[in-house]
Design a protein around this ligand. Structure first.
Ligand SMILES: Cc1ncc(COP(=O)(O)O)c(C=O)c1O
Length: 361
């Protein structure tokens, strides 16, 4: 007799990029370069003081409503304070939204392949998942609009997208939204927002006068706080209130809150990261071209690469050299792999190991 929900057995859990500690343990390597989870390669120096100052309060629960951070983000984005919701990473906001909106039989539309958490969590929350294939590695908004039925509750859009690194520009999103009925929530996941180019959608404009649009962003990527887990969403007041109701009371820890405030105060670090990533992407593009590999220009801090054949051998070879990349088999892209932009010496080592792997064949 099984005591849990039987349908959960059919759902494959999320498999993250291998952590550095695990690779060191398993392969007995002293040096491991992780280019697998779209983190930035620098630890933000600006947060030390904020965290040390708050250390003396660690015996107390954090403020569940993230009061001071909320004030800052509201001011920065020019939205009302009660339109904001915070999550233990932006991942949690996906879960909370599904928890709040989905009733049995409801449908959720996702592209395929895209960030896997939408599908996994939608299924855990009893939604039927409708998958719309990418076209030329980009979202096909016309096809997505055609799939909307009376049962559709949420459309998840990762913009820029993971794992492709492609993005939808403002005008495409604007005309898409005109086709979507008010009863369907369009969820824009903007985890890589800070890296995106100029014609990226001004999504906050779409929230004005609409109750069926929300966006989420994160401190995990460009701000370098992946290990602390903090992201936020902006929605209509009504939806934000409901999402706040369904979250755990202390979902965002103290250090995440003070570090995020410090992150917003320090404009220099973010600027430095964004220009660094731009520069290193150019280096990687140039070297990948020399290797004869196909890839798409990326609006993020990672690059999707077409290896032209199964990537298992390459993945294992790189791993044996202490370089962790991401194969995309779970996404159904058997011949592709994804590399996160690392420190320059890490990128150089990646390229040189890639070359060695080619020369062995
Ligand atoms: C598209 C997308 N959304 C959300 C996330 C999760 O970010 P967070 O660390 O804020 O939970 C990721 C992480 O890789 C992502 O790629």
């Amino acid at each position: 007799m099984k005591i849990y929900r039987q349908e959960l057995e059919k759902i494959k859990g999320y498999k993250p990029g291998k952590p550095i500690e695990e690779v060191k343990r398993e392969l007995g390597l002293a040096q491991v370069y992780k280019l697998a989870s779209n983190e930035i390669p620098f630890s933000p120096f600006y947060i030390d003081k904020a965290i040390l100052d708050d250390l003396k309060n660690i015996n107390r629960y954090p403020e569940g409503g993230c009061f001071y951070l909320r004030e800052r983000i509201a001011k920065k984005l020019k939205v009302a304070k009660n339109q904001i919701i915070f999550g233990n990473g932006s991942d949690e906001l996906i879960v909370l939204t599904l928890r709040a909106l989905i009733e049995k039989g409801d449908e959720v539309i996702v592209s395929y392949p895209t960030f896997l958490i939408y599908e996994i969590q939608a299924r855990i929350n009893n939604a039927k998942v409708i998958k719309v294939p990418l076209k030329n590695l980009g979202y096909c908004l016309d096809e997505i609009a055609k799939k909307v039925t009376k049962k559709t509750k949420i459309i998840f859009i990762a913009n820029p997208d993971n794992p492709t690194g492609t993005y939808l520009p403002h005008r495409d999103v604007e005309s898409f939204l005109k086709k979507i009925p008010d009863r369907v929530l369009v969820y824009f996941d903007e985890a890589y927002f800070e890296f995106a180019p100029k014609d990226f959608p001004r999504t906050l404009q779409f929230l004005k006068g609409r109750k069926n649009v929300m966006l989420t962003r994160t401190f995990s990527k460009a701000y370098g706080l992946a290990g602390l887990r903090i992201g936020y969403g902006v929605a209509s007041r009504e939806l934000a209130e409901i999402l706040n109701k369904v979250r755990e009371p202390f979902n965002v820890n103290r250090f995440a809150q003070v570090a995020a405030i410090a992150a917003l105060k320090d404009k220099y670090f973010l600027k430095k990261v964004v220009s660094y990533i731009k520069r290193e992407k150019l280096y990687l593009y140039k070297e990948l071209k020399k290797c004869g590999l196909c890839f798409r220009q990326s609006a993020t801090n990672f690059i999707l690469i077409d290896y032209g054949k199964d990537t298992t051998g390459l993945y294992n070879y790189l791993l044996s050299k202490g370089i962790v990349v991401r194969t995309l088999k779970s996404w159904g892209l058997d011949n592709f792999f994804r590399v996160t932009v690392g420190k320059h010496k890490e990128n150089k080592k990646f390229i040189s190991c890639l070359r060695q792997c080619f020369s062995q064949k």
